[in-house]
Write a protein that binds this ligand. Structure first.
Ligand code: GLN
Length: 219
């Protein structure tokens, strides 16, 4: 079972992508809900807000304990900021990944952008990527492997038990990153990592995915 941290930010889109892959996933709000997971997604959102909520609910210490016991973690955008050992000019949050990040490094919300890139370890074909007021990874420690660079900045990394992406695969049609993380968690996605990727993806394309039945898509 994969959990999506459900305090603030983009939860339902991650649930939808795991559902499309046939990978069991559910929302996580409480300490108890962490117990049965093999993987936890820290979604995009606003990292200051997420960090405060983590501390208020005592989830920060619990997540660190579970990570030390083998829980796999994936941070998307703000989630990557939460994982980082260092945030330029700010106090770090979970300190589970030996990277330094610079928040809002591409500029304001209006400088958010979409692109397409090949990430050979994740998918053989180019995948669409969307960056929403993204941070960049400005330092990568020993033991952290770079998976992708975009516009000269480190955009995706992995380390034992951890995946971090500064973009939002859950907001594009590609399931490749969700399949990659599921495999890291020892789960078997039903679809191959290569599909279904829409090469003609446009900024609006993700909203045209077929709606999912059930509460995951409606919440
Ligand atoms: N700008 C946000 C932050 O610094 C991250 C944005 C996102 O998750 N898309 O927390």
């Amino acid at each position: 079972m994969i959990g999506i941290l459900d305090l603030q930010g983009g939860v339902v889109e991650h649930l939808g992508h795991f559902k499309r892959l046939g990978v069991p996933a559910r929302r996580v709000k409480t300490l108890e809900e962490l117990d049965t997971l093999t993987g936890l997604v820290l979604p995009g959102g606003e990292s200051t807000c997420l960090g405060r909520l983590l501390r208020i609910f005592g989830l920060d210490a619990a997540i660190r304990r579970r990570a030390a016991a083998g829980l796999h973690m994936w941070g998307t955008c703000a989630g990557t900021i939460l994982l980082a050992n260092e945030i330029e000019g700010e106090t770090p949050h979970l300190r589970l990944l030996d990277i330094t990040v610079r928040r809002n490094a591409f500029g304001s919300q209006l400088d958010s952008f979409n692109t397409v890139a090949t990430v050979p370890e994740v998918a053989p074909k180019p995948v669409p990527l969307t960056f929403i007021r993204a941070p960049v990874i400005t330092r990568v420690g020993p033991g952290v492997r770079v998976l992708l660079e975009v516009r000269g900045a480190t955009a995706a990394v992995t380390a034992p038990g951890i995946l971090a992406t500064i973009f939002h695969p859950e907001l594009t049609p590609t399931l490749a990153f969700h399949a990659y993380f599921a495999r890291q968690c020892g789960l078997t996605p039903l679809l191959p990592a290569s599909g279904p990727t829409d090469p003609a993806w446009s900024p609006e394309a993700w909203t045209q995915l077929a709606p999912l039945p059930g509460p995951a898509a409606s919440g």
